[in-house]
Design a protein around this ligand. Structure first.
Ligand code: GRF
Length: 204
């Protein structure tokens, strides 16, 4: 693999603020010249996802693959795989991508499929993480970047960030505080993964 072949594909469903943070870091930190890495495509399963407009405005290639137009999860994933594989990505980055993935999909991208989850895994897998952390009386919350495996939110942890839970926090205020940190954690994690890939390319 050469320095110019490190494509990243980002999957989104909504706001895409983590995708934007990664795109921003890629530009500012010159990932293309340093690691040969670029965001090759941003794919959304929701046609109305706000993140699509933001990606387009940044000049990134975008694709819409509406899961509702497919008869089954498997059919949707076959089309998704076909889109992703056009770019032969070294990393497939889930950034607020709200679809459960089949074991066939996670196996195909094993070791190059990462996600950010808004809790300190292994605590609070699944949804409503901030409310559940408040209800449990947690004094800290946070976010986790992890590799994706067939078991939802249970893959190997890449990095975590810890955020205080304040006495008057609501799920919304806590989510906002965590999200600010996600925007630092996710780009940094992707950069470290790219650095590791660059090292292993040089050694091989
Ligand atoms: C983030 O909180 C992320 O942890 C979770 O979904 C949210 C996505 O936000 N997986 P955005 O679309 O990146 O703005």
């Amino acid at each position: 693999m050469t320095q110019t072949e490190k494509n990243i594909v980002v999957l989104i469903s909504g706001t895409g603020s983590n995708m934007l943070a990664i795109a921003d870091a890629a530009l500012k930190e010159q990932w293309l010249s340093r690691f040969g890495a670029r965001i090759a495509c941003v794919i959304s399963n929701r046609p109305q996802a706000e993140g699509l407009q933001s990606a387009f405005a940044l000049g990134l290639a975008t694709e819409i693959l509406d899961h509702k137009t497919f008869a089954s999860r498997e059919d949707f994933e076959l089309a998704l795989v076909s889109l992703i594989d056009q770019h032969q990505p070294v990393l497939v980055v889930l950034a607020g991508f709200m679809r459960i993935l089949t074991p066939a999909f996670t196996a195909r991208y094993s070791g190059r499929l990462v996600n950010i989850h808004p809790s300190l895994l292994p605590a609070f897998t699944g949804l409503h993480t901030h409310q559940r952390a408040i209800d449990a009386g947690c004094k800290v919350a946070g976010a986790t970047v992890h590799f994706v495996t067939p078991e939802v939110d249970q893959g190997h942890i890449v990095a975590q960030v810890v955020v205080p839970v304040l006495p008057l926090d609501t799920a919304a205020t806590l989510a906002a505080r965590v999200l600010i940190q996600e925007h630092l954690l996710y780009p940094k994690s992707v950069r470290v993964l790219l650095q590791n890939l660059t090292k292993s390319t040089r050694q091989s």
